[in-house]
Design a binder for this molecule. Structure first.
Ligand code: TXE
Length: 480
């Protein structure tokens, strides 16, 4: 059986305690590789390698650092086919998606920060009347921890690592134990790219062992985390007494507000994507759909028809729109919400059942599901399901739409469909979310601030926000 190894001090290493975890291929429901369940000793070794590499990497001229990151970016692009296939097998997502989105974006993450680091500047303040000048040194923090989830494995892993390295830190990183393969392949790429030893260290393992060792490590002074809200709360609690810097990108329950005056066809095709792309396993998916009553019935009919036409199949099949969910337990969790919805008075308009794909009978497949609800206090309208399940509900006024949009504990993103400029601005300003899209969805410019409010987390990633997070500002005041 293929084994995945840790990448510590520039070399592949087996876990010291020889503990291994089964890695499943969700499209067939079978174990196809093993990954380390790294202990605190492995994490300590990774930390020590990173600590040793820090002085030189943090003093490496920016152009040189930029070249290393660019080299990783181009090697990811050169290995697009291999990486995209590995991601589809490991995660269950359609190969078409990993080829067009996940892997190109992983490359862009490195390329973007290779450029951004050469443009990052800090502030100066002249204290007029005191003959003094202040300026801010933005210094790297030291060894930082990056922990990522399974839904967009390489995409989100690199979204953290690239800015951390760009800012001059050295890194101890842990991908999700559910999707470790492309992080392992990234280590191979780093060796080829000539990343100096210890600058990036990748340790594999479970959240409550390996992840816990990273967040508890007293000398890892910043943690960038993307994952579930409960895990984020646990990390915050653990890290607070050590005053670690935290960036937490957590769950979402994002509203999709559809007004009668929108560009209907564009809205319909985009809503299909924002509902079911990646089997609905994207924190930005619009899982609560609110539609103005004037077009509600038409939307309902058209949306059901389009959803029923989606092809559920094996990830590597070119025709597949909806692949497998990431794991058996996640599949069961998502399905349980469909049962809860029925018990709470929701109406299943389409989908709702497991799917058996011919030749892949033990894979984790679920029909894309639309649930009509009127009571927005029910669990399916309030809790993050993180699967191919959306709710739809009509509304009668802008204020009602806004109130429903804001009536959840989360505040990550929101999509608004309208051609009325005043309405779009009013809604965008008052909706509780870190990211608002008007007449589009998931259009990402890597310079923009990315993150959520409320229980969707704290801190922002992206552009200079990420470089600010991964540096410590120091004010220097000189009187002359
Ligand atoms: O995530 P976890 P899970 C949501 C989604 C999903 C739920 C749970 O609703 O159903 O979270 O998913 C590591 N110390 N999202 O359980 O556990 C873990 O190993 C340090 C939304 O898979 O939060 C993995 O690397 N690390 C989300 C990472 O945290 C720990 C994407 C995320 O796993 C740890 C994924 C610990 N004690 C799930 N425990 C999004 N925002 O996109 C776990 N981890």
């Amino acid at each position: 059986m293929k084994k995945i190894f840790n990448y510590i001090n520039g070399e592949f290493k087996a876990p010291i305690e020889d503990q291994w975890i089964d890695n499943y291929n969700p499209s067939i429901g079978d174990v196809y590789s093993l990954l380390p369940n790294s202990s605190t000793v492995d994490v300590q070794n990774a930390y020590e390698a990173a600590e040793k590499a820090f002085p030189e990497w943090s003093e490496t001229p920016l152009e040189q650092r930029s070249k290393v990151l660019s080299k990783i970016a181009s090697l990811i692009t050169e290995n697009l086919d291999q990486l995209a296939k590995a991601e589809a097998i490991d995660n269950g997502k359609p190969l078409s998606l990993s080829t067009s989105i996940d892997i190109p974006r992983a490359s862009s993450n490195f390329q973007f920060f290779a450029h951004a680091l050469t443009q990052f500047a800090s502030e100066a303040h002249e204290s007029t009347g005191f003959n003094a000048i202040n300026f801010t040194l933005r210094q790297p923090i030291g060894v930082v921890g990056c922990i990522s989830p399974w839904n967009l494995p390489l995409y989100l892993f690199t979204w953290k690592i690239a800015p951390a390295l760009a800012a001059g830190n050295t890194v101890v990183a842990k991908p999700s134990e559910i999707t470790p393969m492309t992080a392992y392949l990234l280590a191979e790429i780093c060796i080829k790219a000539g990343v100096p030893k210890g600058v990036l260290n990748i340790v594999h393992g479970l959240g409550n062992t390996t992840g816990q060792a990273i967040i508890e490590h007293p000398k890892i002074k910043a943690i960038s985390f993307t994952g579930g809200t409960a895990t984020g709360a646990h990390i915050a609690k653990t890290a607070a007494p050590m005053f670690k810097k935290l960036s937490l990108e957590l769950g979402g329950k994002n509203p999709n507000l559809i007004f009668a005056d929108c560009d209907y066809e564009k809205m319909l095709s985009t809503t299909l994507r924002s509902s079911f792309a990646n089997q609905g396993q994207i924190c930005l998916c619009g899982s609560r759909i609110y539609v103005e009553r004037a077009i509600y019935d038409k939307f309902k009919t058209d949306f059901i028809a389009k959803t029923n036409a989606l092809k559920i199949g094996a990830p590597l099949d070119a025709e597949t729109n909806i692949g497998a969910l990431v794991s058996k337990s996640h599949l069961e969790k998502v399905k349980s919400y469909i049962d809860i919805a029925t018990a709470e008075g929701g109406t299943i308009l389409c989908g709702g059942n497991y799917v058996t794909v011919k030749g892949y009978e033990n894979g984790y497949y679920l029909q894309p599901t639309i649930i009509e609800i009127n009571n927005t206090n029910c669990r399916v309208a309030q809790e993050e399901i993180f699967g191919p399940v959306v709710t739809i509900t009509p509304f009668d006024s802008d204020d009602e739409a806004l109130a429903m949009a804001n009536d959840v504990r989360y505040g990550l993103s929101c999509t608004i469909w309208t051609n009325n400029l005043n309405r779009s601005m009013y809604m965008a300003k008052h909706v509780q979310a870190g990211i608002v899209w008007v007449n589009t969805w998931m259009m990402r410019d890597l310079r923009t601030a990315f993150g959520g409010t409320k229980d969707s987390g704290v801190g922002r990633e992206g552009g200079f926000e990420a470089l600010r997070f991964f540096t410590e500002p120091k004010n220097i005041c000189i009187q002359y």
